[in-house]
Ligand binder design. Sequence first.
Ligand code: ATP
Ligand code: MG
Length: 635
Amino acid sequence: MKLQVENFEEYQKAYQYSVENPEGFWGEIAENFVWKKKWNKVLDWNFKEPKIEWYQGATLNITENCLDRHLADKADQPAIVWESNDPNEANRTYTYRELHQEVCTFANVLKQNGAKKGDRICLYMPMVPELAIAVLACARIGAIHSVVFGGFSAQSIADRIQDAQCSMVVTADGSHRGNKEIFLKHIMDEAIISCPCVKTVIVLERSKSAVSMIKGRDLFWHSEMERMRSLGLTDCPAEEMDAEDPLFILYTSGSTGKPKGVVHTCGGYMVFTAYTFQNIFQYQSGEMYFCTADIGWITGHSYIVYGPLIQGATSLIFEGIPTFPDAGRFWDIVDKHDVNILYTAPTAIRSLMQFGLDYVKDKDLSSLRVLGSVGEPINEEAWNWYNEHIGKGKCPIVDTWWQTETGGILISPLANITPTKPCYATLPLPGVQPILVDEKGEEITGNGVSGNLCIKFPWPGILRTTYGDHERCRTNYFATYEDLYFTGDGCMRDEDGYYRITGRVDDVMNISGHRIGTAEVENAINMFTDVIESAVVGYPHDIKGQGIYAYVIMASTPKDPVLARKDIAATVSQIIGAIARPDKIQFVTGLPKTRSGKIMRRILRKIAEGDINNLGDTSTLLDPSVVDKIKEERL
Ligand code: ATP
Ligand code: MG
């Protein structure tokens, strides 16, 4: 079966076949890739333990699919185009041939320094091509990468290194993001004090800031690469991996609690990321694809590195932030590189919207063909702005719903194939079987209903375990409802069978017996003039059971806050109904966000409840001072 569906009818056919005969479907899709040895059995599974094995008996190396197989016909095509934080620094481009050689050479650096199959290697780096090279070099030799986002503190890194018992670290001297420099090596030095498992540290020179280098432990990237070249070690055979050998560990972003070390394996992850990338974005050969995520998050793993490279795409890597040197940076990049596909997050769109259209108006965005969104529900206002001002009404928006644990996108429109609707992730990908259940786990059938979103059958990209703690994996995802994977998200299925994510189940409020999603109320609040962003939580209320507490960021401080509150409440009443009127509205200047840009509603809920001394794990917060301010001004 060919990898790509090309119209809605083909999508429906593929979907039907994938449900009737999942093994047949995924077996045929897998024929599109390079394997060292084919499978004996496509799938073996139970959600009880859980035990999930795809492509049993098969062997492969994912980098042969990302690199070697393109050497025949795409060797001189750019695989990676890199844009620096500094708009005046020259771009760097790696063709598939060059990337192949860099990956092989760095794979030899790892090997020569003792790394071998199964070892865990922590990558703590800026968004430079060398990060992608390091990721692929680990995969080349069968070492398990654990990428830690380059904004985390020493303590957060140490926790992750210890949890995975990494023996090696790859980092850089420093990283520029906007006007700030982050001293990565210095932070890493502090982390390693409590990590005796780390024996070798490889340091890329990027910011040219002074670093301490310890003899016998620390090595410079460039001199090691030189050494390999002088030894003639620029080729490296791809390690033969079992389809179920771990490929990487990645910690979740921690919006709902302590981050979990999600484990993905080689075969299923490869098939699923490539399949979803190709179908959702409908990538056409030669196009420029720009995903603005950081490689430190799952979006960067699956849709900057693996998915696009497996499909032979040109993937643009951007080192900086959307607002440096000004709020037009994304549009400058689209203009300069003729970006065809742009994949970003609602938090970025909202933050750019507030700067107005001045930063958009003179930019040539005519190259854009497809827009994507990921990370949280995209509110209607942001959706419309993205559609009108960026896509000029002619680019489909693919609102992609998925999780670190799912490896790839599960519910999303396919560009130019699935009719879109603002705020809707629309329909499941072939091979994905969503189901809505009530609190007791009873299936809610039919359309025009809402419930807790579960998936009833495995797909190749599903997590296999949480590192070092399989029981945690079971209790978190497979124990809430028997024989179902529980996503933790609340969801509505409308009359057309379209899915809309309404927020975390823990965040769904029960107001006088009505279940109301936080995303729904936030969406309505954000429609109010001058509102930039909002977050809504439930809190105990004597009469209603739960009341609605809203935290709202305004573009300018309201002159009459009492009236502004009433106006916001009236707006919500008008859009959803009186039942969803917020009981309390606190104006704030910032919201507690994770480093991946997600609101930590868990903390806001505690503050609304008055439980301010016990906020739980806040190690993944971007700016803890925001929380103190909100606490002080709580209503
Ligand atoms: P943790 O699991 O540690 O709390 P996290 O869930 O924020 O962290 P991720 O795996 O990065 O970590 O995020 C997945 C979640 O993001 C989903 O469960 C969902 O709540 C939200 N999400 C992602 N994409 C979308 C989308 N397109 N629409 C709605 N929600 C989305
Ligand atoms: Mg999660």
